[in-house]
Design a protein around this ligand. Structure first.
Ligand code: C2E
Ligand code: MG
Ligand code: MG
Length: 277
């Protein structure tokens, strides 16, 4: 595997400085109702010569250059503004809240002023509690800091929903589901790929769902690509899903259309009970 492309560093520093990053939005679908209930913000970089770059092309460069906190803050601010703008979409006049999830790196979480800045952003945009969600990966929690759980409690107290990203990709500690103040667990696509075809994956997914629900934690499956994966996840009681089956990441205008009109998913079967939070 090749390392980060360090030639990109000066241009990336300029892009972060000049707000030249782009945020795309990927729909999160409620598997029972088919409604698009939220979006995940995913950063892109419109490079002047190389075209649209994806995180794999530049996040490790950003990390090396110490740019992750500034980059992360830019995505968070833009994403939160987009979330606030959804309130004025006529099709969402029923008032049911939609969530916006933003990925947060360890270096960002550990910044001293991170939580006050998030709280100020929520107040400035008058965001309803738990509509802005932050995703922390297992890797971030493992490599981040022993302070992470306390920081997460503080984030919950200022009205931020918390997701555990890529669950199962690092060291799958099922105990984390009960110990951390998370509202959502995002099941890594490695497990999703096996549902419906691999009995072992079915039973792992089913145990994660049962345990998460026992703790009032919602389960979102990541990287759902086929109808059979979506249908089986629905049967297993998974709450929500994200993936190319419904839609890839979209520019903001397309994402708004999907919030209003759905992503074309109809549940194949009645699902089981789920957390209401
Ligand atoms: P993630 O947070 O786990 O995001 C999901 C990734 O899976 C995204 O890749 C998304 O485009 C991709 N994906 C979604 N559905 C499918 C599917 O059905 N099949 C497949 N094969 N892939 C799917 P992307 O956009 O390249 O982002 C990769 C990772 O980069 C993210 O993984 C996240 O860890 C990180 N990232 C993205 N944006 C940010 C950001 O603003 N800040 C930070 N710190 N990290 C970010
Ligand atoms: Mg994520
Ligand atoms: Mg993920």
């Amino acid at each position: 595997m090749s390392g980060p492309d360090l030639d990109l560093m000066p241009a990336l520093a300029r892009a972060v400085d000049e707000d030249a990053l782009v945020v795309h939005f990927q729909p999160e679908v409620d598997l029972a109702s088919g409604a698009v209930v939220g979006m995940e913000a995913l950063v892109r970089w419109q490079h002047p010569q190389r075209g649209l770059l994806w995180p794999a092309d530049f996040l490790s460069v950003a990390d090396r250059a110490g740019l992750l906190p500034a980059l992360g803050w830019d995505v968070l601010r833009r994403g939160a503004k987009e979330l606030a703008s959804w309130r004025s979409l006529p099709a969402l006049a029923d008032g049911s809240p939609r969530q916006l999830w933003v990925n947060v790196s360890a270096s960002q979480l550990l910044e001293v002023d991170f939580i006050p800045r998030v709280a100020a952003l929520i107040a400035e945009l008058d965001l309803a509690p738990d509509t802005l969600g932050l995703e922390l990966s297992e890797e971030t929690l493992a490599t981040g800091s022993r302070h992470a759980p306390a920081l997460m409690e503080e984030l919950r107290s200022v009205g931020v929903a918390l997701g555990l990203d890529d669950f199962g990709s690092w060291y799958s500690a099922l105990g984390m589901l009960g110990e951390l103040p998370i509202t959502t667990v995002k099941l890594d696509q490695a497990y999703v790929r096996g549902v419906g075809s691999d009995l072992e994956d079915d039973s792992i997914v089913s145990s994660v769902i049962a345990l998460a629900h026992a703790h009032g934690v919602r389960v979102v499956a990541e990287g759902v690509e086929s109808w059979s994966e979506g249908a089986r996840l629905c049967e297993l009681g998974c709450d929500r899903a994200v993936g190319y089956l419904f839609s890839g990441p979209q520019i903001a205008d397309h994402a708004r259309l999907m919030l209003a009109h759905g992503a074309g998913w109809t549940a194949p079967a009645q699902r089981r009970s789920r957390p209401s939070g």
